[in-house]
Ligand binder design. Sequence first.
Ligand SMILES: [Zn+2]
Length: 325
Amino acid sequence: MRATMNVHLTFDIEVWCNGWNDLDRAFPPSFERYVYGRSKHGEYALPQTLAILNRHGLPGVFFVEPLFAARFGLGPLRTIVQLIRGAGQQVQLHLHPEWTDEAVEPLIENCRVKRQHLSYYTLDEQTALIGHGRRMLEAAGSGPVTAFRAGSFAANRDTYGALHRNGILLDSSLNRCFGISGADLRGEHTLDQRFEVAGVTTVPVTVFRDGLGRDRPAHVGACSAAEMRQALSSARKAGRRDFVIVSHNFEMLRSGTSLPDWIVVRRFEQLCAFLAAHRDQFEVGGFALTDDGRRPTPGAAASPRAGMLATARRHVEQLRRRIPA
Ligand SMILES: [Zn+2]
């Protein structure tokens, strides 16, 4: 058995305005909620996420969505990037092209109709949008962008051509639990472990079998702490090279408010504590292309698993989350 497994703690950082009809009025309070999430309990959006990671001495990868800045300017984007870089964490590129038609200056020619997913755009359009996103992020102080995740995991084969044209050779866009994700790659790939498309290495989001035998993506808000621990341990035992966990800037907030969702806060705290306590087993790190010499081992194709009790625990927690605070 391999001694350690790479664990990538990834965070998709994005701002939404609760619809598209009244953007300019909705943006300032939305930005406050999504970026800070202030309540009497603290700032449970980005600041607490960063504080918890740093308290446990863990590096994360923050995929930041920059296209909203084509509407609202670089200032708010710079605020996000500075919060993350100021905490010593890595910034990479996330892209939600549903912002394309909201830009003040057109980013591509065909932008009159809103198209949600990156895979709905041509290779040339994807190349242009990724290039715009990258330039805005770097202008906001991100440092060199070297890795990418498509919004809603909606990458297709052309996304990899577009990334290659932009010199971005590392990706984590694929998530087997979302039908839109890598739809035209599934004939050749199971989207389970890292592989190469068009010269770009992609490291898919980890999917495990829950206690009921169902596929579950390793999202912080969607798994009990026990499920995550068991999936991590079983993936390592199976010889998996990578385990990619997804969270968001708003993951620890109750839906539609700036109040903390204590169940998710606890899950994240427990995950970080577990990883910090088992550094001999899990190597938590940023995304880099350096070859660590690791190769897939026999048996590594098996899905990581969580047990019945760990999944039952999640069901109880989900019920409790529906009770208003
Ligand atoms: Zn996103």
